[in-house]
Design a protein around this ligand. Sequence first.
Ligand SMILES: Nc1ncnc2c1ncn2[C@@H]1O[C@H](COP(=O)(O)OP(=O)(O)OP(=O)(O)O)[C@@H](O)[C@H]1O
Length: 372
Amino acid sequence: MHLERVLCRNFRNFEELMIDLNPNLNIFLGANGQGKTNFLESIYLMATANSHRSSITSEMISWDQEKALVQLLLRRREGKIKLAMRLEKSGRQVEINDNPLDKVKELLGYLNAVLFSPEDLKLIKEGPSHRRDFIDLEISQVSRYYNHLLNKYDHILKQRNNLLKSIRDGKSADREMLSVWDEQIAAVGSKIILKRIEVIDKLKILARLSQRKITEGRENLELEYDISLNNFSKKLGEAELRELFIDSLIAKRDQEISRGYTVIGPHRDDIILKVNEMDLRKYGSQGQQRTAALALKLAELEFMKSETGEYPVLLLDDVFSELDGLRRKALINIIADKIQTIITATDGENLSGLKNNSYNVYQVKNGRIKRG
Ligand SMILES: Nc1ncnc2c1ncn2[C@@H]1O[C@H](COP(=O)(O)OP(=O)(O)OP(=O)(O)O)[C@@H](O)[C@H]1O
């Protein structure tokens, strides 16, 4: 798939912007703070229905305005699609081919995009929530049903936590109601866990391949789902996993009541990353961590291709200056003509290897973008 046109009106520092993109490579150059990341944000917002920088709609609207619009023309194998998001301080509305959708999340699955930015090192270095978000966002882009499960799980978790707090604080003694929530959280949570494991099994093969390629066979990257339920075995089917989930909740009853929240479930799980059998987060060098972040992103591209039959759009936010020769080469080889890529950089210094393709260059200055 590729984007043909991006239109932004009163989005961040863009008053009115209409950019026609090259189906292969697009390079956006500009000094710091001119609007390069804002441009990528407008695209990623349409892929994930959320900004990667802020969940607050009003922050994306130009400061002196009440409303903003982002509109994309997308070409997929089955034809052209027009996606639009209208942002107002009170919320967002989305449209597909000029037809409004009921929920913003229904935008998921039309535009698939992979974003790689220096921030992605957090995926390796920081806490489990970054890795959970990574896997959840990735699956949500190819499965609206999975996203629906996540929303349902969040809702059940909140209700269950409220009840646990009330019991702890002596405001409620409704332990029977707790059993009802146990059933519900286990039913939805088991589905989420099984899907994550299935996807991680695919990703680990792809990421391992990428890591070996980038390091010329020196590093083996491994990914493993780290589940918070005791006695879990990969052989369990959905019904058995649900039973195990409920039993585990019952075993944790006193602990959960004294803490006032749910201590096990997919919201507490993690992904363990190892290089050559060593825990990457704790012991990996900066270089190994950067390579793994890149390998995961490359795996994400291939995973989406295998799920949807088309490569997603690749957004690279100022990453070339941070990559060494080998990693840069690996990324350039992947991009080569088959994936529409949108790159931002402060200058073209590290991008020379890319320019064999057909490409457009744009200059970004103070919220204006000009080709050439
Ligand atoms: N809601 C908004 N309304 C108007 N301007 C905004 C808004 N949000 C951010 N900006 C402006 O956008 C600019 C930042 O743009 P952006 O983050 O795209 O920078 P960049 O070109 O990617 O630079 P860098 O290379 O430093 O990342 C800043 O000048 C900021 O003041």
